[in-house]
Design a protein around this ligand. Structure first.
Ligand code: BEZ
Ligand code: FE
Length: 258
């Protein structure tokens, strides 16, 4: 970051924080308590996560949003390099028969022309039905490519809400405020066309208990919440849902649109 921009941001930040100190008549002891908290947060390697929770969506909405495009959402900490899934199946192992499956499909379109985009890469990652990400392998992770009509489809499970900060200073802060540190169930997706990343977003599950209290400020919105429709159950009785979600992106190279 250049020196002028950094100095201006620092000055404005301090100015805004002074307002908070005045408004709440924050004592020197309380400031030192905050300092000790930030020391613990840093030792736990959680500074980035707390910034994500409080501010990332404000940045995403202001900086990354494109006219007419799907609303972007934060990447979060669990993105990794994923394998290509030619058949769209993100499951590397069979979950229990009680775990509802999901077939998610849709079309990737050019936000300005509405034309489908063939060959777009969609990179998916999500938590499982217990709210856990596979951090070592690629279960419930994978890349699919849109067909000649711009269509994609994945087979996965319905993800669950998760709170992964119960044992660290982020959970401590939210507990102290009487709030939960839970994310509303979602599926992450990154869309790229001709190697250029055009959209990172999250699709929320209507089954979540936390749609109106996701601890990531401003993450959940109706336009990113899918509708689940029941399909006939699988032969072993497992519930199956279907959802469609079209994604609109703004390719910078016009020639990428079909
Ligand atoms: C996520 O989207 O996976 C995430 C975002 C912020 C904090 C924790 C998780
Ligand atoms: Fe996530």
């Amino acid at each position: 970051m250049d020196q002028e921009r950094l100095s201006a941001i620092w000055a404005r930040t301090v100015e805004k924080l002074k307002e908070v100190v005045r408004e709440f008549r924050i004592t020197e002891d309380e400031l030192h308590e905050a300092g000790r908290y930030f020391d613990r947060l840093g030792q736990a390697g959680m500074c980035r996560s707390l910034i994500d929770v409080a501010l990332a969506m404000t940045s995403v909405d202001v900086v990354s949003r494109t006219a007419g495009g799907t609303r972007p959402n934060l990447e979060g900490p669990y993105y990794a390099v994923h394998p290509i899934r030619p058949d769209g199946n993100l499951l590397e192992r069979e979950p229990g028969a009680d775990v509802p499956r999901l077939r998610l499909s849709g079309v990737v379109r050019d936000a300005s022309t509405g034309r489908p985009i063939p060959g777009a890469r969609l990179d998916f990652w999500q938590a499982d039905a217990d709210g856990f990400y596979d951090r070592k392998g690629s279960h419930l992770r994978g890349i699919v490519v849109t067909d000649a009509q711009g269509r994609y489809q994945i087979t996965t499970v319905v993800p669950n809400d998760y709170s992964e900060h119960d044992q660290d200073p982020i959970g401590e802060l939210f507990r102290a405020m009487g709030r939960t540190n839970t994310r509303a169930a979602h599926i992450h997706v990154k869309v790229s066309v001709h190697g250029e990343s055009l959209l990172t977003t999250q699709l929320f599950m209507p089954t979540s208990q936390f749609l109106n209290r996701d601890y990531v400020e401003g993450a959940v919105s109706d336009d990113l919440t899918v509708k689940l429709e029941s399909e006939p159950p699988l032969p072993n009785g497992t519930k199956l849902y279907r959802a469609t979600f079209d994604l609109a992106v703004a390719p910078r190279m016009r020639s990428t649109a079909a």
